[in-house]
Design a protein around this ligand. Sequence first.
Ligand code: FA5
Length: 348
Amino acid sequence: MPSLAETLRELEEEARTALASVADLEALDSWRTTYLGRRGRLREVTRGLASLAPEERRQVGALANRVLEELEAAFGERRRQLEQEALARKLAEAALDVSLPGRPLLRGRLHPVTQTLRDVLAAFAALGFQVVEGPEVEWDYYNFEALLIPKDHPARDLWATLWIDYRRDGEMPMLLRTHTSPNQVRYMEKHRPPIRIVSPGRCYRYEATDPTHEWMLTQVEVLAVDEGISMADLKGTLAEVARRLFGTERRVRFRCEYYPFVEPGMDVLIDCFQCRGEGCRTCGQSGWIEILGSGMVHPRILANVGYDPERYTGFAAGLGIERIAMLRYGIDDIRLFYQNDLRFLEQF
Ligand code: FA5
């Protein structure tokens, strides 16, 4: 049977080997319990000291103390090592990798319809027109009646309407304006000629969509009233604005059109950018895209707002801003504007 001193040395050896393979602080803790704890291996061995002769007990006791001290010291050393390793790992995990590419900063920009709207307003402002706004939720009276489109008049079918479910005794039916023309009457009711205004805004129509039709659209109303205004002024103004917006290359066409609130009435069309007039899906095979309706303000409307139609004449127009943006940027489907697809919008 090995002596107590030998057992102590073997235990020391074993404990050192085990300590060397301890990999983390948790394992280190259980190493300490196993070898140095109150019920640990070292205690177990030194319990045998009691049965030794006094001289031997002193020697083996001193040996046991040295083993305990050295293992305690080795334990402390190993703990420092492991703590440092753990700290280094933690730092490495939290480190800032400066070679990572940064997140791109998104730059905002104006929607292509807003850009076009601003250019259109600027073109009219350069000709002396002032910007005036009106409500999007409108009375039937201003949208239709005051524009000589009474109830049950077939011309109402020209503007498929979104009605507001709002009725109170004595109040007129309410709707989402189908065009910006109500602002003509609203403005004339409060002002006297000479008038030179443009009135921009959203309009709504209960309409099936296609490459050139949306149910929400942006219009700019134009109104000029003064002594001696003629159709030549209307054509000259619209041709000049078209030149500013599209340059001199594009072809502009004037075409007779019926609108109840003008006499005579006319549309302006621009040759289709896709097919250059040949006919394609975008222009509905016609070769032309209509950008606005216009005409000479009906004398009855002038009389209704208290102007003398013998003295004053005027012209009016309603421009479709999405259509103009399509022609300027070469966009073949109007529905792209309001789908909120960044891949599309980022191109402008
Ligand atoms: C009108 O809205 C008349 N208020 C225009 C007017 C004003 C005539 C003043 C005479 C005097 P129209 O429905 O044609 O007319 O529309 C005018 C323009 O708005 C069209 O030429 C077109 O460019 C645009 N537009 C009309 N409907 C749509 C639609 N659904 N989607 C996109 N643009 C449209």
